[in-house]
Design a binder for this molecule. Structure first.
Ligand SMILES: [Zn+2]
Length: 507
């Protein structure tokens, strides 16, 4: 979307973020990332915007003077939702503080306007004649599958604080399919993403949303089909994609954690699908020590989101970006390097370790840019920029994850992000990526990786040269990821000039 660029528009963007009480550094970063791609189409406009931003921030260090009503142009940013696809915007109001209350959740569950989204094998139920739109169901459509309401403690259990905690909005017996309370859509007008219906944040009004696994078998509601996750998700509107990402990740987490990691007993769902507990605690055996999972906080009892760094590595001159590709990707596609963050590691260190591992390149300064939920199945992508000298030898033999990596110039990438064909994936491409991540494609190597467009387990065996130092350079680059993936956003942001390159570090 191209908008007329004017000083008032720029100031309005800054004011929008200042209104959220951000510091000037964040304002600069957010404005660059979120506004540039949606407002500008060429580097010259971007340069003007950045210059104006710098001037504005220098002249207006006191952010308190910027507070005021949110200007209309902020809506443009939210509407286009290019900054963080899959995070909604505005997201559902999750009402996380109500998850422990069966009374509150049952009121949402039985509200006449409650909507259910279904997944089968993590494929979303969508309209057959419009596969990028949800087929929302009402409770009456799936009454027998939903079964009883969320449980609370019996009067006997309620007398004990410890016992009563075991029944906080639970689904019992344990074999019942979990129902995940996603939250409510509290927009007064969904067509404009306008402000919430109610001004009371503790008692908001809206449409409740729930997610669950579809009943086993081949039952499909009339007018619906279970679509390929990746092509359906990436084709959705921004708000719907947020519901998709949240629902898919939670349904996946519940289905993967049916047994206690502490003692192997079955688990059951509580907190409206946001917690799982060990059934051994429900009927403790006399003389037997309680499962350790019932005491303290445990990362297997609450939904996980696995962190992945994804990075646009720029050379010293700032005119080239390092991109790589895996063998399983669509032909001609290159993307930013990426990898899972390891325990005890900062974002910055993870970026440096991954780039060295995958391409043999030593990275200097690293800077956080923006993030994106990635529901394949439940990651948070941490987007960064880094700087590295481009006179180093690229090599793939350290972890054999990439098929190729190269430095590409801004002009080459500008040609791709500016054309539909250059940042486009067909339905077949997306299905292939879906199959590799869900294990349906042939696996040549079972190591887990994460990468820019599609975390994929299909590493393949790499052809390396006799010295084992270089892979197959010179492969043709014809595509980069679309804007619905953060890799596409990082590339586009840099191409449009939206990256601060000033650095005092010697590479
Ligand atoms: Zn246990």
């Amino acid at each position: 979307m191209a908008l007329a660029l004017s000083p008032s528009l720029i100031v309005a963007h800054i004011s929008a973020y200042a209104h959220l009480d951000k510091g000037s550094e964040t304002i600069h970063s957010q404005t660059s990332i979120l506004c540039l791609p949606s407002c500008l189409e060429n580097p010259r406009e971007s340069a003007i915007l950045l210059e104006t931003l710098h001037r504005y921030l220098l002249e207006k260090p006191d952010q308190s003077s910027l507070h005021g009503p949110q200007p209309p142009c902020a809506i443009v940013t939210w509407e286009t939702n290019e900054g963080s696809f899959y995070s909604g915007q505005p997201p559902l109001n999750r009402l996380s503080f109500q998850r422990q209350s069966p009374e509150k959740l049952n009121a949402h569950l039985n509200a006449p306007n409650a909507r259910f989204i279904l997944f089968r094998d993590l494929k979303p139920l969508v309209k057959k004649d419009s596969p990028s739109e949800w087929l929302f169901l009402s409770k009456s459509d799936i009454e027998s599958h939903v079964g009883p309401d969320f449980s609370g403690p019996s009067s006997e259990d309620a007398a004990s604080k410890e016992r009563s905690r075991l029944f906080e909005a639970a689904r019992l017996p344990a074999y019942l399919p979990p129902i995940v309370f996603l939250g409510i859509d509290d927009r007064a007008d969904a067509s404009t993403d306008s402000k919430p219906m109610s001004e009371d944040p503790l008692n908001p009004r809206g449409v409740p949303y729930f997610a669950m696994d579809a009943p086993k078998g081949d039952w499909v509601p009339e007018g619906g089909e279970f679509g390929d996750a990746r092509s359906v998700g990436s084709g959705m509107g921004g708000w719907e994609a947020g519901v998709f990402a949240q629902g898919r990740a939670l349904v996946d987490w519940n289905s993967r954690n049916k047994f206690c990691a502490g003692c192997g007993s079955p688990t059951y769902s509580l907190w409206g699908g946001w917690k799982r507990s060990c059934t051994s605690a429900l009927e403790p055996e006399e003389g037997k020590e309680a499962c350790f999972s019932t005491k303290g906080l445990h990362n297997f009892a609450y939904p996980r989101t696995d962190s992945v760094v994804i990075m646009g590595i720029l050379n010293e001159a700032g005119d080239k970006m390092l991109l790589g590709r895996q063998k399983s990707w669509p032909k001609g596609m290159y993307s930013c390097l990426a990898g899972f963050i390891e325990p005890g590691e900062s974002f910055e260190d993870a970026v440096r370790r991954e780039v060295l591992e995958e391409a043999g390149i030593v990275v200097g300064p690293v800077r956080y840019s923006s993030s994106q939920p990635w529901p394949y199945p439940a990651n948070i992508m941490v987007g960064c920029f880094g700087r590295a000298s481009d006179d180093q030898t690229i090599r793939f033999d350290l972890d054999n994850e990439l098929e190729d990596a190269q430095w590409f110039s801004r002009s080459v990438l500008a040609g791709l992000v500016g054309s539909k064909e250059g940042s486009y994936l067909s339905k077949d491409d997306l299905k292939k990526l879906d199959d590799t991540s869900t294990g349906k494609a042939k696996m040549e190597d079972d190591r887990v990786t994460a990468n820019a467009l599609a975390p994929s387990e299909d590493q393949g065996k790499k052809d390396v040269d006799a010295e084992g130092k270089k892979g197959r350079q010179g492969m043709e680059l014809t595509r980069v990821p679309p804007d619905t993936a953060i890799a596409g956003m990082l590339i586009r942001t840099w191409v449009n000039g939206g990256v601060e390159l000033a650095s005092t570090s010697k590479l």
